[in-house]
Design a protein around this ligand. Structure first.
Ligand code: UDX
Length: 342
């Protein structure tokens, strides 16, 4: 029989949650673990999940790129717990759902310690799948548009297998996430785990680290500080930017729906990096200059999601355009940098 078959012999029955969680005297709350919940997207996800009084939220984060500051309004709340934990170590908590976000996402951070990045993606995902198996939880992985590599198919549909350098400086992240996806589907086929896989495209919004190093945060911080906007060569490379509230909405719909994915979650509006710089300049400070600088190896030349699956299966599409989202992020950066509007 062909390996990888998802029916017959290899399909196992899904594990059930512990009998205690189903007992009539037990709290009926949904207990949700978010790895990387102190990070940029994770903390916005916490905010949304905490709005529902039936949810108890547990965050596990090692604070490599995340920060307790992002969660300060929830610390001490009876439905909230924060654990300093690195997902490369095992964790045992009785939960119903796991949003597995933990991993540095900015290229300068994930390339800083590539061995640790790939361990986070592979061992971290194995640990979370082991937890999902043990306690019968549904698990969602935030994979990435980087699994498409430097894509030869444009825009990218989920059935495109990608064009990835397996030995490059980005491989710790893009190959790491590809293995993480493989593990998710193997656990699903072999052990019947309920999985959800989101492929996240570039996301921006309030709470991004000011010195995160990604393009939107760099340009906004540079414009506010009156520094030149650093467009990396050639400047014609494209990205599609999704506002964080849209992203969180998509992730929750995926978790709550019936489809395993992988599903692209991103905003299909596509911009060159030169266009992005011009837009930031126009919105924030027309006096700032644009400086063209060297790029790093293997930078994808184009990226834009096809979101037909998200629309049809999740009833999701982004609502916030780049021109609407940038001023919201500008406001947050102004507050944190202490730079008021002229
Ligand atoms: O100052 C800068 C920074 C970056 N860039 C360019 O902007 C583009 C986007 O770069 P970023 O570092 O923001 O993000 P990337 O698209 O390379 O990677 C991201 O992809 C999707 C997510 O999974 C991750 O957040 C991250 O890996 C690149 O072409 C880069 O060369 C600039 O022109 N100037």
């Amino acid at each position: 029989m062909a390996s990888g078959s998802s029916n017959g012999d290899t399909q196992k029955k899904a594990p059930t949650p512990s009998p205690l969680r189903n007992s009539k005297y037990f709290q009926s709350n949904m207990r949700i673990l978010i790895t990387g919940g102190a990070g940029f997207i994770g903390s916005h996800l916490v905010d949304r999940l905490m709005e529902n009084e039936k949810n108890e939220v547990i965050v596990a984060d090692n604070y490599f790129t995340g920060s307790k500051d992002n969660l300060k309004k929830w610390i001490g709340h009876p439905r909230f717990e924060l654990i300093r934990h690195d997902v490369t170590e095992t964790l045992l908590v009785e939960v119903d759902q796991i949003y597995h976000l933990a991993c540095p996402a900015s290229p300068i951070f994930y390339k800083h310690n590539p061995v640790k990045t790939i361990k986070t993606n592979v061992i971290g995902t194995l640990n979370m799948l082991g937890l999902a198996k043990r306690v019968g939880a549904r698990i969602l992985l935030t994979s990435t548009s980087e699994v498409y590599g430097d894509p030869l198919v444009h825009p990218q549909t989920e059935d495109y297998w990608g064009n990835v350098n397996p030995i490059g400086v980005r491989s710790c992240y893009d190959e790491g996430k590809r293995v993480a996806e493989t593990l998710m589907f193997d656990y699903h086929r072999q052990h019947g785990i309920e999985i959800r896989v989101a492929r996240i495209f570039n996301t921006y919004g309030p709470r991004m680290n000011i010195d995160d190093g990604r393009v939107v945060s760099n340009f906004i911080a540079q414009a506010l500080r009156g520094e030149p906007l650093t467009v990396q060569l050639p400047g014609t490379q494209t990205r599609s930017f999704c506002y964080v509230s849209d992203m969180v909405d998509g992730l929750i719909r995926l978790m709550e729906g019936d489809n395993t994915g992988p599903i692209n979650i991103g905003n299909p509006g596509e911009f060159t990096m030169m266009e992005l710089a011009e837009t930031v300049k126009e919105l924030i400070d027309q006096d700032v200059t644009i400086k063209v600088v060297e790029n790093t190896p293997d930078d994808p030349r184009q990226r834009k999601p096809v979101i037909t699956k998200a629309k049809e299966l999740l009833g999701w599409e982004p609502k916030v355009s780049l021109r609407e989202g940038l001023p919201l992020m500008e406001e947050d950066f102004r507050q944190r940098l202490g730079i008021s509007k002229k």
